[in-house]
Design a protein around this ligand. Structure first.
Ligand code: ADP
Ligand code: ADP
Length: 237
């Protein structure tokens, strides 16, 4: 059973007389434990793909299946078959270009609150949040506020928060854009580790061609079409 399946997914944006086809008949099966990089020029539809995979947006046509749950299908039109918000909280983790931590909560509290909204008891949430921070190498920073952390450390806390509810799908939109080469490499390694060790399906949108060896699959989005490169070396840098 794949962690994520996109079947004939098309997304069009209509504004006035113009129709933009951001995704054109996209098909993708991502197994559990697979870590994929998603590359492509600006405007190619990468963010749109991520938003649809993350149930933040409905496709115009096609189906989205996450961990066996059919979220949208061709017959439903642009309508969710599940309560998106509830589904997202339980099954999907997001990491963005910036960490977007709550500035007045400590690192451990930022992770803890993500669990508490899913009804985990505060004491248990605290304990699990600390374990996640330990795993991600920022356990000694648990009591610090975001502004007391470096960019790389903040991004690790954001990854811990994204993992708080043990998502089957982890989606990251240019998570290393604000990091130097070494930190970027560490964060990419981290995603690979998360996929392999936790059995999550992971998609990382990146322009960063420095760390592609950490991915099991290299996906390329161009003019709304998705294709696959068999080797990282096939990707022009
Ligand atoms: P990428 O992430 O690869 O830069 P996007 O998915 O953001 O690409 O955009 C793909 C195409 O869809 C672009 O032509 C963009 O202008 C268009 N687009 C994205 N979102 C919207 C929207 N909300 N309304 C209209 N057009 C959009
Ligand atoms: P990272 O491994 O996250 O890239 P850096 O090399 O950037 O860490 O930072 C080294 C140390 O300096 C870290 O322990 C971090 O706590 C501290 N540090 C970096 N930036 C800041 C900042 N803006 N405010 C407070 N401490 C910082």
């Amino acid at each position: 059973l794949p962690g994520l399946s996109l079947r004939n997914v098309t997304k069009q944006f209509v504004s006035g007389d113009t129709v933009v086809t951001a995704l054109n008949d996209v098909n993708l099966d991502l197994r559990k434990g697979e870590c994929a990089a998603l590359l492509g020029p600006s405007g190619a539809g990468k963010s749109t793909l991520l938003m649809i995979a993350g149930c933040l947006m409905a496709p115009t046509a096609g189906s989205v299946i996450i961990d066996g749950n059919v979220l949208y299908d061709s017959t439903a039109g642009e309508r969710a078959l599940h309560d998106d918000r509830e589904f997202r909280r339980k099954h999907i983790g997001f990491v963005f270009q910036k960490a977007h931590l709550i500035p007045f909560l400590t690192a451990v509290e930022n992770v803890q609150v993500a669990m508490e909204i899913n009804d985990v008891r505060p004491s248990e949430a605290r304990e699990r949040a600390q374990v996640l921070l330990d795993d991600l190498g920022v356990g000694d920073r648990a009591g610090n506020l975001p502004r007391q952390l470096s960019g790389g450390q903040q991004q690790r806390v954001a990854v811990a928060r994204a993992l708080a509810n043990e998502p089957s799908l982890l989606l990251a939109d240019e998570p290393t854009a604000a990091l130097d080469a070494q930190r970027a490499r560490q964060v990419m390694e981290l995603f690979q580790h998360i996929a392999h060790k936790r059995g999550a399906s992971v998609i990382v949108v990146t322009h960063d061609h420095r760390a592609l060896e950490h991915f099991d699959r290299i996906l390329m989005q161009q003019d709304g079409r998705l294709s696959e490169r068999s080797e990282p070396s096939e990707v022009a840098t």
